[in-house]
Design a protein around this ligand. Structure first.
Ligand SMILES: Nc1nc2c(ncn2[C@@H]2O[C@H](COP(=O)(O)OP(=O)(O)OP(=O)(O)O)[C@@H](O)[C@H]2O)c(=O)[nH]1
Length: 274
């Protein structure tokens, strides 16, 4: 993808910034509505949480900076995509890898409430704006995040291939999705941290594939750390949404699994097979 395709509408405070790299990016923005999201999250969680205070302070600082939205006319389609899954599976890292092509190492701070970032991508001849919502995986924020499911066009449901519990919880996540999301939502199951060593891997690729098959959703393993399959996953979702919306695929019918197979042919690290 060319750099011209990577148009970011707003820059927002990442959840895992050191003071040093915050200074490196002084123009960072908070999304509209962030304050209310933080307030709701604060009510749901403990208002004395140091993480919350950190985030609120970072947000306040960023609100003083310049906001430069791109006109909506530059994109043909808009889709809202939510990233879900247990705490620590790598939702924020996946999003940051896709948006900024970098990996957030260093201190891990859990997401509070919800947060979104925009990215405009080219799909064939169309400019597609993905508004990607990162959600807190922690149980205590669940009532806050449920409110955002309803108008989502696609859900990326993540588990961590090194954490069996996060995989076992996928059924519960799918049940929540059934309760709160709309019936037409596109769902992709993602096994993240595929860069892990064989010793660390607790969930076989085939188990992920099997579960996805059972629920008739698409499946992919990714690594936010190495970038493995990250762009392909978002592109596949964008293509599927576009295809659903237009009902037209220039090169015949569109099958998301075939598309992913084709894209991942030469993109398979040794650790993704067990
Ligand atoms: N090895 C490896 N580590 C990862 C990967 N993605 C994320 N991590 C690490 O996993 C930890 C959790 O990542 P996050 O992206 O913050 O997880 P999250 O799902 O957003 O967590 P919550 O905000 O609590 O819901 C961090 O220490 C990351 O550095 C990956 O692909 N590979």
């Amino acid at each position: 993808m060319s750099s011209a395709d990577r148009v970011f509408e707003r820059r927002i405070v990442s959840k895992r910034r050191t003071s040093a790299n915050l200074e490196d990016e002084p123009e960072k923005q908070c999304p509209n509505g962030w304050a209310s999201v933080v307030a709701a999250a604060a009510a749901a969680a403990s208002s004395s949480s140091s993480t919350l205070r950190q985030k609120a302070a970072a947000c306040k600082t960023s609100q003083r900076t310049t906001f430069q939205p791109h006109p909506d006319s530059i994109c043909d389609w808009f889709f809202k995509v939510m990233v879900l899954g247990d705490s620590g599976v790598g939702k924020t890292c996946l999003l940051v890898r896709f948006r900024d092509d970098m990996f957030l190492g260093g201190n891990y701070i859990s997401t509070v409430g919800v947060d979104f970032r925009n990215k405009i991508i080219s799909v064939d001849d169309s400019k597609v704006k993905l508004q990607i919502w990162d959600t807190a995986g922690q149980e205590r924020f669940r009532s806050v995040t449920h409110a955002y499911y309803r108008d989502a066009h696609a859900l990326l449901l993540l588990y961590d291939v090194t954490n069996k519990v996060s995989f076992d919880n996928i059924r519960a996540w799918l049940s929540e999705i059934r309760d709160y999301a709309n019936d037409q939502v596109v769902i992709m199951l993602i096994g993240n941290k595929a860069d892990c060593s064989l010793n660390d891997r607790m969930v076989k690729r085939e188990d992920g594939e099997q579960l996805a098959k059972e629920y008739s959703v698409t499946f992919m393993e990714t690594s936010a750390k190495s970038g493995f399959n990250v762009e392909i996953a978002f592109m596949a979702v964008a293509r599927e949404l576009l295809f659903k919306k237009t009902g037209i695929e220039k090169k015949g019918s569109f099958n998301v699994q075939d598309y992913m197979k084709e894209q991942t042919k030469s993109n398979c690290p040794a650790c993704s097979t067990t």
